[in-house]
Design a protein around this ligand. Structure first.
Ligand code: SF4
Length: 606
């Protein structure tokens, strides 16, 4: 393999501010076997230097690079940069993209199954020789000359090859694998993946993009659900395919469970969320062993008829098994449209879940909005000293283009919520909109509910509102029709996470209003997190700030990021909440390179 210098791998004329420093830090972390947390603004170009640092170490030592991204869209950034690097250097970097195996599957009738069942059916079809897309080996003689990246899908479809198996074959020569998070953080999927792709973490460099999402993503992966319609379908399955002696008693337990879920609807529709005692489920749920046995019988019936049907008993088994296996989990009901869904989530992550982060040669976790180190490591259950963690924070090179004002005399505190508060906030937004120049005034609320309450008192027009199901493209097109418009969005929502509205090279979001500090709602999840983090950091007050204030800062920074997309942009940001003058919040905002100025409400309304 060639030895490359950092500049040899750079496909552009020059480095952007901070990029060379990132490339060096990544390289050094790999050589020194460390975990590196990189905070560098979104859109400023961190993918490239991270890849360059990792590629240099990889060329020198033969490590594989595993790059994790959340969505297919996020696969594009590393793919694009690798293609550019490939044009610059002689040696071709082989890379593969591995989407979710089920999404890749060409047997369309398997796509709606739960993942576990899909894996079972796929294995069955392969074993019985009933999947025409498998095996490949007899039909593909030379995999070395095949293309990589997205072209795999085209090649697979044109040649009737299973895309997953094709990727597996290609990955033998691949230096970089770009994957979805669940291949690494779902222990069941990881086991199959590491076996299929012969992955050894100690010889791999793990890169995690948008790493601020990691704790939530892992929690989602591990959360198990129980839905009412699954129970009624499971009862039908048992009636149709199961003749065991315990048939009547299992059906009776499932009926009790169904009634219980129905009784939760009203409570959840009113409050959106309800913590549950474990006793009822403990006494009602059939044993996991029994459910598993019945599920296997039903699934084998399905397979023998070549029916690719979902086994609902298996879903109930998954939930039940988790319920009995993890007594220290959180049990709650949540609203899903007009019904209650029961969920069970882990309070903390077992070491097995984050094993790849610790065991890899080096792990690079990058984001534009990483929480404070102590908080982040306690959420993930990482020991900052034993895991040899280092942090690199590079403030936004464009932060000086933002005028950040915190308005005193106004707040969105829960205890003060009501007409007086809503009117005051609406009055501030109207005043800001009135004074602003052309373009978009993006106003970000802590929640949809809060937005609805304030909206009643807003006089400014024209007005565009983000709804729970709004599409980004629709909002962008609509907003561009106006010279000046007030856009109402929600912190942590689609708009704030992903919207970019430009004319030419410039963002037309010129003003951002944070209409109330976007603090997470106190609920059973955040309360448990607070307990957990308090123990880990040994300071309850600091833990409170981590759990409630640091996500608020992260959301504010995300919202500001929508207005500054290039060096030609500038914006004014107002935080309509005096709680943002808290020392912790100011210090966090300063770390991102912003210089907050405190202004009085009267001055704003003048
Ligand atoms: S072998 Fe491939 S195409 Fe066939 S069922 Fe499995 S994933 Fe689908």
């Amino acid at each position: 393999m060639h030895m490359y210098d950092f500049n040899d791998l750079l496909p552009y004329k020059k480095w952007r501010q901070g990029q060379l420093q990132i490339a060096h830090s990544v390289y050094n972390s790999i050589i020194e076997r460390k975990i590196l947390l990189i905070n560098y603004p979104t859109g400023a170009g961190k993918t490239l230097p991270v890849l360059i640092g990792a590629l240099k170490a990889s060329f020198e030592n033969g490590y594989k690079i595993i790059y994790l991204a959340r969505t297919k869209n996020q696969f594009q950034a590393p793919q694009r940069e690798l293609e550019k690097i490939n044009k610059k250097i002689k040696e071709k970097i082989n890379f593969v993209l591995l989407y979710n195996r089920q999404e890749l599957c060409l047997q369309k009738n398997l796509q709606k199954l739960p993942y576990e069942e899909f894996i079972g059916f796929c294995a069955f079809l392969r074993k019985e020789g009933k999947c025409k897309y498998y095996p490949l080996s007899s039909r593909l003689s030379d995999s070395n000359n095949m293309q990589c990246g997205d072209e795999i899908m085209n090649l697979a479809e044109s040649g009737d090859y299973c895309p997953y198996e094709l990727t597996k074959l290609l990955s033998k020569n691949a230096l970089v694998m770009i994957l979805a998070y669940n291949y690494i953080f779902d222990p069941r999927i990881r086991e199959i993946f590491t076996r299929d792709f012969n992955v050894k973490f100690e010889r791999s460099i793990l890169i995690i993009d948008e790493a601020h999402n990691l704790p939530d993503i892992i929690r989602n992966i591990l959360t198990r659900k129980l839905r009412r319609e699954w129970i009624s379908r499971a009862i039908k399955e048992i009636k149709g395919y199961y003749r065991g002696e315990d048939r009547a008693s299992v059906i009776s337990s499932l009926r009790c469970l169904y009634s219980y879920l129905k009784s939760l609807d009203k409570k959840v529709l009113e409050k959106g969320f309800s913590v549950l005692e474990r006793d009822f489920l403990y006494n009602t749920l059939p044993s996991p062993t029994r459910l598993r046995k019945i599920g296997l019988i039903i699934e084998s019936e399905y397979k023998s008829m070549l029916l690719f049907k979902s086994s609902y008993i298996r879903r109930i088994y998954e939930f039940t098994n988790y319920f009995f296996e993890y007594p220290y989990s959180i049990l709650y009901a949540e609203r899903d449209y007009n019904y209650a869904v029961i969920k069970i989530s882990p309070i903390f992550f077992e070491q097995n879940v984050i094993k790849p982060v610790v065991e890899s040669r080096a792990t690079i976790m990058m984001s534009g909005t990483l929480p404070p180190l102590g908080y982040y490591t306690s959420l993930l259950g990482l020991d900052p000293v034993r895991s040899r963690i280092e942090e690199l924070r590079i403030p936004s090179p464009l932060s000086h283009r933002v005028k950040l004002k915190i308005v005193k005399g106004v707040s969105s505190r829960y205890v003060e919520r009501g007409e007086v508060q809503y009117r005051k906030i609406a009055q501030c937004i109207d005043a800001i909109f009135y004074k602003s120049r052309e373009g978009i005034v993006m106003t970000v609320f802590p929640s949809y509910n809060y937005m609805r309450n304030i909206r009643l008192y807003l006089k400014s027009r024209p007005l565009l509102v983000e709804r729970e199901r709004s599409r980004l493209s629709e909002v962008v097109n609509e907003a561009k029709k106006y010279e000046k418009v007030l856009l109402l969005a929600v912190a942590g929502g689609k708009m704030v996470e992903g919207i970019e509205i430009k004319r030419g090279n410039r963002s037309i979001i010129n003003v951002v209003v944070i209409a109330g500090l976007p603090i997470p709602e106190p609920n059973i999840l955040t309360k448990n997190m607070l307990e957990n983090v308090s123990v880990k950091v040994g300071n309850r007050e600091l833990a409170w700030k981590y759990v409630y204030l640091s996500p608020a800062v992260m959301r504010i920074v995300q919202a500001i990021g929508r207005s500054i997309r290039s060096k030609d942009d500038s914006s004014i940001v107002y935080i309509l909440d005096e709680r943002a003058t808290d020392e912790f919040i100011i210090s966090q905002l300063t770390r991102y390179g912003f210089v907050p100025e405190v202004v009085e409400l009267q001055a704003l309304l003048k």
